[in-house]
Design a protein around this ligand. Structure first.
Ligand SMILES: C[S@@+](CC[C@H](N)C(=O)[O-])C[C@H]1O[C@@H](n2cnc3c(N)ncnc32)[C@H](O)[C@@H]1O
Length: 225
């Protein structure tokens, strides 16, 4: 069991994090963040840990992040996918990422602690149905280039690769900021029946986060299934 305790001797080390927790003490968050290799992301400090628990709750096996950047949210998503595999006996659970920068750095950190991942150095303008051929995602976190043409192209390509039946989730970041135009267009397309999503705006603060759930072929489940 000893080798599974990968965070046992880790502490908050990054000077920015030390400063953050001195100013805003939050012991539980400090504990959760203490295994991370990068400092808390100022844009989405709480969504990272939130994504971990969301992906665990939804039992996701295949998660894609568009815009991995330094790997703040990637770390939480990749840990959740791996822990779901351990808990639920998945044999092919993988965290997928895309970015145009730092993909090797993020991959190295995830590999170091044995988190299955595939991170592509790719401009999503070049994303095609062949990029993730045959893969069905449980959850996609869209946080790359927020310009309308990128966001719409990503959703156009990936919609068929998101699970239906209420099992596929798209998280759109920055819908109150740079993605607002794209989000408006997606809402219009939902109204026209082009996409079958239920959605809610979980956060309409400075950046904003929307959760869209793909309802194609939805069969209402009654527990126990
Ligand atoms: C807001 S940051 C992502 C932050 C990250 N999700 C986190 O929470 O730590 C946006 C990222 O999208 C990447 N990006 C921008 N344009 C892109 C494109 N056309 N294709 C892929 N990635 C892109 C940027 O390089 C940047 O790393």
């Amino acid at each position: 069991m000893e080798e599974k305790l990968i965070f046992k001797h880790r502490f908050i080390e990054h000077p920015k994090d030390v400063e953050y927790f001195k100013q805003f003490p939050a012991p539980l968050m400090e504990l959760i963040h203490s295994g991370h290799n990068v400092n808390i992301n100022a844009t989405l400090p709480f969504w990272g840990p939130f994504f971990y628990f969301l992906v665990r709750s939804l039992k996701c096996e295949k998660v894609l992040e568009i815009g991995t950047a330094e790997g703040y949210s990637s770390w939480y998503l990749a840990n959740a996918v791996n822990d779901n595999a351990v808990r639920n006996g998945y044999t092919d659970a993988i965290f997928y990422g895309i970015d145009i920068v730092k993909t090797e750095d993020v991959k190295k950190e995830l590999d170091k602690v044995g988190l299955p991942n595939i991170i592509l150095n790719l401009d999503t303008a070049n994303l095609t149905p062949q990029t993730f051929d045959g893969i069905q995602f449980d959850l996609i976190f869209q946080d790359g280039n927020h310009e309308k043409k990128y966001v719409l192209h990503e959703i156009d390509v990936l919609y068929p690769q998101l699970k239906g039946n209420g099992l596929g989730y798209l998280l759109m970041h920055d819908i109150m900021g740079p993605s607002s135009e794209a989000f408006q267009e997606i809402k219009d397309m939902i109204k026209k029946g082009i996409y079958n999503f239920e959605y809610t705006i979980l956060d309409d603060g400075i950046y904003g986060l929307a959760v869209l759930r793909k309802m194609e072929n939805y069969i209402e489940r009654k527990y126990p299934y």
